[in-house]
Ligand binder design. Structure first.
Ligand SMILES: [Zn+2]
Length: 133
């Protein structure tokens, strides 16, 4: 796991996103992040992590998955519509078994495209894993 952490830490991060947080996330999230950077390298897509662990701030809705070290976000700057759709499809096809189950849902979702309008954040890809034993 340590080698995965140092590999992922070498990719670009937004200034307020601390790469050291990769050492604190759930093991399955590291597996997902590792698969994601490999996917991006293979498809020549830029990687920029914009969020890993976030603290809950009063009055600001923050997904519990980030607070618990079960999610990360990636910028989609430099990606086109097809890149985004293919990525979401690929990760939900291959990683739904570890993906977090949305409230009221039954199937795991490993990757979600947030358009930035619904939640008021910038458009990004949100990756998430479920609680594991
Ligand atoms: Zn997120």
């Amino acid at each position: 796991m340590k080698s995965i952490v140092s590999k992922i830490q070498k990719y670009p991060h937004k200034p307020d996103t601390n790469p050291l947080n990769w050492g604190l996330v759930k093991p399955n999230l590291l597996l997902l992040a590792n698969a994601f950077v490999d996917y991006c390298d293979k498809n020549k897509l830029p990687v920029k992590f914009t969020s890993i662990i976030r603290n809950g701030i009063k009055g600001v809705s923050v997904s519990k998955t980030h607070i618990e070290g079960r999610a990360f976000d990636c910028s989609i700057i430099g990606w086109d519509k097809d890149d985004i759709e293919n990525c979401v499809e690929y990760f939900n096809m291959n990683y739904s078994k570890i993906g977090a189950i949305p409230f009221g849902g039954s199937t795991g979702l490993a990757c979600v495209y947030e358009d930035g309008i619904t939640k008021g954040s910038g458009a990004h890809l949100h990756f998430q894993v479920r609680m594991s034993l």
